[in-house]
Every structure is written in structure tokens, then in C-alpha cells.
Write a protein that binds this ligand. Structure first.
Ligand SMILES: [Zn+2]
Ligand SMILES: [Zn+2]
Length: 258
């Protein structure tokens, strides 16, 4: 498992280091500030975090929310072609994720956990994984419970898992590419970088992680032509991994957000 995670890391590193170098939006060092911390998140998230973040919603769907399962509906959903199930799973998972993310931005005690993800001052593919484990389990629960209840096929869920990982790394990457109308449908680096921008107009905007159509539906879509210059938040989140883990539980100055 460790060898597989390490190989995955090295492949992603080689791929993104190459394209970010050629097509970067901002000039920044390859091993930027916080890179080591994020590499630790990558290791712990892969080896421990992801398991818990998937097992908890699965257990919830199988136990507490068993009453909400409709075998007839699940059989009908699973019988649809994968080409139809895949866009549906992206959309329904996004509906769950969007509201979890909205709560993380608007409920002060939840924001403390989510502030860790927003503490990156330079974005690249590896910034994706800087997520507090509580944040990770919280968002995954909202994201996965609806799709477990709807009963998508195993094949669809496998493809969705691949798509989810790929798009998460991609949207954080330091890329200057423009995506035109595509930004209205799916989340892109151009769109998600605004979510991390340290500018008042961009606060609490672009909450979707995969399907930006949901931000259009709920009125939180924000995409000016210019590009963000600064990322991060004014509150000072420590840089070390262990300090970030305990940060939400410590006393710290209250910030205007949320
Ligand atoms: Zn956020
Ligand atoms: Zn992000």
C-alpha cells in the first residue's frame, strides 16, 4: 500500500511539475512554502484519511439511514448505462458536497477546520491534500451518503473515484489555461483558484468541487476575467502538519470569516 501511494505521488509530481513549469499562472518555487506539510497530508490522507472518509458515510448509509434506501430505485439506477450514471453521480455528489462546504464557510466552529485548507498562500496540485481530517470526513459524508443511497453501480463508483481524484489535483494546479464555457459546467483551475483568493468579493464563492453548475444554481458563481493575485486567509494558521491538526482546537484570534 505504501509503495503504491509513493508511486502515485511520484507520477503526479513528475506530471504536474512538468506542466506547471511550462504553463504556470504564477511564478513560484517547485518546493514552495508548506510543500513538506502537504506531502505529509498526502501520505496520511492516502494511508488513513481516505479509508475513514469513505467508511464513515458508507456505515451511515447502511445503518442509520437504512430507512431511506429504496431497493426498487437502487436497482433502476444501477441498471442505467454508465454513460448516464456518471454525470448523475457527479451532480448528486456535488449537491451534498456543496452544502457541506457552505456550512464549513458559514459556521464559525466548522470554519476553524476548513481554514487549514485555505491557509495555502501558493497553490499547486499538492495543495489539494491540505485538508483537516475532520473536514475530510465531514465533506465526504455529505458527498457520498446520497450516492450510496441512490445505489449507483460499482463500475460507476469506481470511475467516479478516479474522476474525483484527478479533478481535485487538477483544479488546484498552478495553470494559466482558460476554459471558456467549460467553467459553467465543471470546476477548473481558473474557477477554483478564485475560491482560494484572498479578496473580499471572492469569499464564500465557487463552493463546488466538481460540477460548477451547482454554483450557478445557488448563486455563488464568481469568475471575473482577471486572475487572482493573492491566496490564503488573513488569520495565521501554523505551517507544521501537527500544529495544523490541533489548530481548530486551540484558542486563536477570531477572524472576520465566516
Ligand atoms: Zn472552502
Ligand atoms: Zn481548494
Amino acid at each position: 500500500m505504501f509503495a503504491k501511494a509513493l508511486l502515485g505521488f511520484l507520477l503526479l509530481f513528475a506530471l504536474f511539475a512538468t506542466i506547471e513549469r511550462r504553463c504556470g499562472l504564477h511564478r513560484q518555487r517547485l518546493f514552495r512554502r508548506g510543500w513538506t506539510t502537504d506531502a505529509i497530508y498526502y501520505a496520511t490522507g492516502n494511508l488513513i484519511g481516505q479509508g475513514a472518509a469513505i467508511a464513515i458515510p458508507a456505515l451511515l448509509a447502511l445503518s442509520v439511514l437504512k430507512w431511506a434506501v429504496s431497493p426498487g430505485l437502487q436497482a433502476w439506477v444501477a441498471a442505467q448505462p454508465v454513460a448516464l450514471q456518471l454525470p448523475a453521480v457527479v451532480f448528486f455528489a456535488e449537491l451534498g458536497y456543496y452544502w457541506a462546504h457552505w456550512l464549513l464557510h458559514h459556521v464559525p466552529w466548522l470554519w476553524r477546520f476548513h481554514a487549514v485548507h485555505h491557509s495555502s498562500e501558493q497553490l499547486d496540485w499538492l495543495s489539494t491534500v491540505r485538508v483537516h481530517p475532520v473536514d475530510q470526513v465531514f465533506t465526504k459524508t455529505f458527498q457520498l451518503v446520497p450516492i450510496f443511497l441512490l445505489g449507483f453501480s460499482v463500475e460507476t463508483l469506481g470511475l467516479y473515484a478516479l474522476f474525483s481524484s484527478a479533478i481535485a489535483f487538477f483544479i488546484h494546479a498552478n495553470l494559466r489555461w482558460r476554459f471558456g464555457w467549460f467553467n459553467w459546467l465543471l470546476v477548473t483551475p481558473e474557477f477554483h483558484h478564485w475560491h482560494h483568493a484572498d479578496e473580499a468579493q471572492a469569499h464564500n464563492k465557487n463552493l463546488a468541487a466538481q460540477c460548477s453548475l451547482v454554483d450557478r444554481l445557488f448563486g455563488s458563481f464568481y469568475l471575473p476575467r482577471r486572475r487572482p493575485r493573492l491566496y490564503g486567509i488573513p488569520e495565521s494558521v501554523p505551517q507544521a502538519y501537527w500544529q495544523q491538526l490541533i489548530y481548530p482546537f486551540t484558542r486563536h484570534q477570531r477572524h472576520a470569516r465566516p
